[in-house]
Design a protein around this ligand. Structure first.
Ligand SMILES: [Zn+2]
Length: 258
């Protein structure tokens, strides 16, 4: 699918959520994971935009809480996973589905990425990935409804996407994630450079997202569970950790206590 001139911006919500706003050439727009309706309505009113689509990655309230109020106000189509905990989805999305957003001239492919929740999905298209709480910059979501094996498989799936894909995740967790990543790989020069970049972005009041998948592959320990440096670090936490799933399990458990 060719890249369009889709304009993607962050609407900050709560303490550290981002609701991504997608805008095409006209006044129609989409939002991803609107946990709160207020900042969305405020921006749409200010810019004179019409909400046409809502994309949902998973059921957690900080990703879906604003949907009922947005549907009272706008005629928007809601795309989301099959999950009884999200009753307001109009079009359910399964692995491999392509969703069409004609008012934006855009389309996205659906990837099922369970682990944070069992029905978590991601949307890929227009050189962009909306990964919700699955792939953060320098981190990944907690395994609330899945295992390390699930997350390994989900992240392996995302890792097959083109390296220049921009990852739009749902939280500004990057600084804390980086501090942990440096515990795992203190000698990774790209991670050290990323740490300095994050500090200067935050000092300037800027967000740290999106990053490219190539950047994440070079720095995110959860995408690097087969690298010797990460496996060796994981063994400090679990002496039996081996490349892949057991290293994923070890560094997730380590980070949860970090
Ligand atoms: Zn979540």
């Amino acid at each position: 699918m060719p890249g369009t001139d889709l304009n993607i911006t962050a609407i900050p919500a709560f303490d550290d959520n981002y609701i991504w706003l997608l805008q095409g050439a006209g006044k129609n727009c989409a939002v991803v994971d609107p946990g709160d309706e207020d900042p969305v309505i405020e921006l749409l009113e200010k810019e004179g935009l019409e909400l046409s689509y809502i994309l949902l990655t998973h059921h957690h309230p900080d990703h879906t809480g604003g949907v009922p109020a947005l549907l009272e106000r706008y005629q928007a189509t809601v795309f989301g996973p099959i999950d009884e905990r999200i009753p307001f989805v109009h079009q359910v999305c399964r692995e491999g589905d392509t969703i069409e957003l004609p008012a934006l001239g855009a389309q996205f492919r659906v990837l099922e990425v369970p682990a944070h929740t069992r029905s978590h999905i991601a949307f890929y298209g227009e050189n962009s990935l909306f990964s919700g709480d699955t792939l953060f910059s320098l981190g990944c979501g907690r395994f609330f409804e899945g295992t390390a094996a699930d997350m390994q498989k989900s992240l392996d799936k995302l890792a097959t996407l083109p390296g220049d894909t921009k990852n739009y995740c749902a939280h500004e967790y990057t600084r804390a994630n980086c501090t942990f990543a440096l515990e795992v790989e203190p000698d990774n020069p790209e991670l050290q450079a990323r740490s300095r970049e994050i500090d200067s972005l935050r000092a300037a009041g800027k967000i740290t997202l999106p990053t490219s998948l190539d950047e994440e592959m070079a720095t995110n320990p959860f995408l690097r569970t087969r690298k010797t440096s990460v496996v060796n670090a994981a063994r400090k936490f679990d002496p039996k950790a081996a490349a892949g799933i057991s290293t994923m399990a070890a560094i997730r458990a380590w980070k949860d206590r970090f």
